[in-house]
Design a protein around this ligand. Sequence first.
Ligand SMILES: [Zn+2]
Length: 308
Amino acid sequence: MIANLPIARAAFCAFLIIVAVSPAAAQRPAPGVGESHTEQVAPGIFSVNWGEMGLNVGVFTGPDGTLLVDAQDEPAVPRLRQELARISPAPVRFVIDSHWHFDHVGGNASFAATGAVVIAQTNTRTRLMSEQVNPAGGGRQRAFPPAAWPRITFEDALTLHFNGDDVEVTHIPHAHTDGDVAVRFRNANVLFAADLFNSGDYTRIDPRGGSLDGMIAAYRALLPTLDDRTRIVPGRGRVAGKQDLEAYLAVMIALRDRIGKMLADGKTLEQVEAAKPTAEFDARWANGPVRPDQYVEEIYIDLKSHSN
Ligand SMILES: [Zn+2]
């Protein structure tokens, strides 16, 4: 089955700190809550979500069947299936996990049970196979059962030739997590960035393999491959464009500089938070579940871990 897949090598090469109960978790909309918001971003390609900051699932449907980028949080899967049925009767043949956070992989077992093949970067499969404890705060993500584990993994990149397009799946090392992928629909000029970019919300850095420097490097690698017509579907928030990614890269570079300097000056986390280094960016980028002080804390922990 794997040997028959039309896979060729391609060139190139986000987060919830999962806290059991936290203010951020309390603010987060319950899975599947909110109005449906399905947007067609190109022929046969849709972004499906519900709620202003709901998670975006990518749907690519055509004569070969349907391919998903992410599969929602598990409680939201029945609603996702209803939405898919509204878009197309075609069976889901592939699910690409953008990374291993529970709200992106909750439908893996369900769609695998109805014939889909789940694809992920190697680190995503490994993380799903055992409980993941967050060293910052101790939050836990449960181990997923074997039925949810991806069946095809890769290290750097693979391409699916599907529905007449080349779907390029590229590992982005040490960014939001250690298993992130960017999914590029080459002919349609659409990029599913998942939690590498949240439109209007800070993009978190998971200490389990993620890093701000990895995020910055990812943007620097991705941006020259995009043009002004590229449609970018974020992990959360509304569909964006190249200029939005450029704007967020500038935010990350500024925060790395500011928080890095304060860290070098021996400032404590409390002192850094009190300086409000994100203040000028909050109006545009603090519109989702990630609070500015959470984001500052994640960057501080990340930079400190690399400064020793
Ligand atoms: Zn994530």
